[in-house]
Write a protein that binds this ligand. Sequence first.
Ligand code: AMP
Ligand code: GLY
Length: 425
Amino acid sequence: MKVLLIGGGGREHAIAAAIVKSRRVDKLYCAPGNAGIAKIAECVPIGVMEFDRLIDFAKEKQIDLAVCSQDDPLCAGIVDAFEAAGLKIFGTRKNAAIIEGSKAFSKQLMKKYGIPTAAYEIFTDADRAVEYLRSCDYPIVLKADGLALGKGVLICKDFDQAQDGVREIMLDKKFGSAGNELVIEEFMTGREVSALAFVDGTHYRLMSSSQDHKRIGDGDTGLNTGGMGTFSPSPFFTEEIRKVCDRTIFQPTVDAMAKEGRPFRGVLYFGLMLTPQGPKVVEYNTRFGDPETQVVLPRMKTDIIDVFEACMNGTLDKISLAFEDNAAVCVVLASGGYPLHYEKGKVIAGLENFDGKPDLYCFHAGTKFDDEGRVVTNGGRVLGITALAPTLKEARAKAYEAVRLVSFEGMYMRHDIGKAIDDAQ
Ligand code: AMP
Ligand code: GLY
């Protein structure tokens, strides 16, 4: 079968690696892909928002299945567009992708169906938001309603910071139109866990758990990023907590979307906080997490194409999703200056050192070929180095050893990815 994967980040590299492992796939195309994906798929220079060109390409090449797991195209209706053209695609339709596309929608959904989450208020008027903030306890969390590359969240320690935050989001429009509505919510404390599930509209199958590290600096300091590293499984997400989540969060969310006439098909990402009052939802995403995917999919044993099809056909209850009984750690190598200003076009040395090492992956996030055919940096997050091992501790040591295999000017990483694992032992 011929598959077209849409996207070009580290997450897509990990999805591509899972797709080419499928016994059912003969040919994988990726649009636009990147320099790493180009080693396992044929990359085509079409952007993720160019729906007409993607559809023309899929028809011309007689693609059997398209796959999209990126928020912008999903929220803009790429699945609806492919389906309208008579093409098969794995991903979430626009009316369900709103669960990520609008934080106001997802908060209202949780309130309506009694799904545990932080208490909140929604504002469309900056003056009223500031007025409300005078009566709040601190810290408090401000969230731009729409998509903002994972950066539209501000944690404010006092009224002055919060007032500045309202100005940035609602008046200066730091995150563009995403800031037309503002969610102000209670600050929660606890361990964060990412739980990704395949969903077919009615049933879900949970993947192995993971944990992201969103801040740029060691010890969770500095600005929020797209994610600086992950580990899987999370030792904090115990079987007991999973059962609570099944009952209070996972199935209720799938049922709520169906009841709202927005049946969810695709990958539903539950960002959870294990608070002293029990697990609560921090956020939903309508896609695989990045870089969670870089530690979850290398551990998945089930053929990913079978799972995609079951999601599309409503037969996920017939699938038993299996993961290796091992662990993975991913350390992101970023461009110096990220998440603010950084340079691109730096030559990456040592990539060949990963060849023939089955327990190591070098996932490309922001890379491309330059005019001379060299692999150069092309984004803030450049590479994700994933190591597999029998235990989390070993995987962590192995990942930090492996980061030394590559280098580029200005390379930056956190040194404490997975350090939390030590607390669990
Ligand atoms: P989000 O984009 O909603 O995932 O938020 C980004 C990060 O901000 C989360 O991963 C949390 O670390 C933090 N965060 C978001 N909402 C809250 C909250 N209500 N309480 C505490 N931390 C939060
Ligand atoms: N790693 C967080 C996200 O994918 O949104």
